[in-house]
Design a protein around this ligand. Sequence first.
Ligand code: NAP
Length: 268
Amino acid sequence: MTILVLGATGKTGRRVAARLRADGVEVRAASRSGETRFDWTDRGTWAAAVQGVEAVYLVAPEDPSPIEAFVEQAVAAGVRRFVALSGRSMDKVAGRFGAGMAEGERVVQASGAGWTLLRANNFAQNFSEDVWHEAVLSGRLELPAGDVREPFVDLEDVAEVAAKVLTSSGHEGRAYDLSGPESITFSEAVETIAKVSGRAVSYVAVTPAEYRSMIVDSGWPAEVADELNELYAIMREGYLTTPSSDIESLLGRPAGSFTAYVERTWAG
Ligand SMILES: NC(=O)c1ccc[n+]([C@@H]2O[C@H](COP(=O)([O-])OP(=O)(O)OC[C@H]3O[C@@H](n4cnc5c(N)ncnc54)[C@H](OP(=O)(O)O)[C@@H]3O)[C@@H](O)[C@H]2O)c1
């Protein structure tokens, strides 16, 4: 069985590929700079990526336009299963945020192949890779998240679930909510990082207007600021707040706590 892992150099994809390989599964690790070249914007790269593949870990691009054609081509080439990464409550907030993820959900459900949706909360690793890392290192994480609570999910759990769902049956037609075991505020998250790492770091709640100015001033287009603001609005409205037990049900053990992630990642 060969599994195509898209976004294979990214935060989830590289963990999914590593876990599958550790389990002895044949993996085709694909992205623009990956072992197998795959580019959503270059259809010439798709055929070689999907050839001989039974299942796909699908990390949708932000631009939804190529997803349907890719999934059609993959099914025509023999792909029988898609496991699509998505976001918590995407079924309730589609149209407001995450056009690529929403299209990924829609297209795999209409594909005729088996599909499973992994609707993940904000990743714990957003604090240490990519999204909020630079701000945490600077000592000041400014977000329009108020004092909302979030059950940040550990990507090691996301990868373990993805590997299981990609390689076993019984998950077809299911949407799993992947969260950590407890909801904490951004202040509490950053306090834990500060305590374990010995770094001075604080969370500062800013208004959506202040956040928009910060993002635009740092060189991003206004549309990016507006889309990010929409995500934080969705979070403040409580769509991502409730912990889910799906990881525990799937893996037979509790989901990893935020503290465990911090102790593994931030200990000086
Ligand atoms: N961050 C969160 O808390 C969170 C929570 C829930 C859902 N999500 C969703 O997770 C997805 C991102 O997944 P991730 O965090 O695992 O990835 P990531 O760390 O953001 O990395 C993006 C991956 O996509 C690849 N990529 C970028 N542009 C590409 C293109 N044109 N063609 C092919 N591959 C391309 C990148 O590799 P190359 O540069 O080599 O191409 C990389 O492997 C997004 O849909 C996001 O909305 C995120």
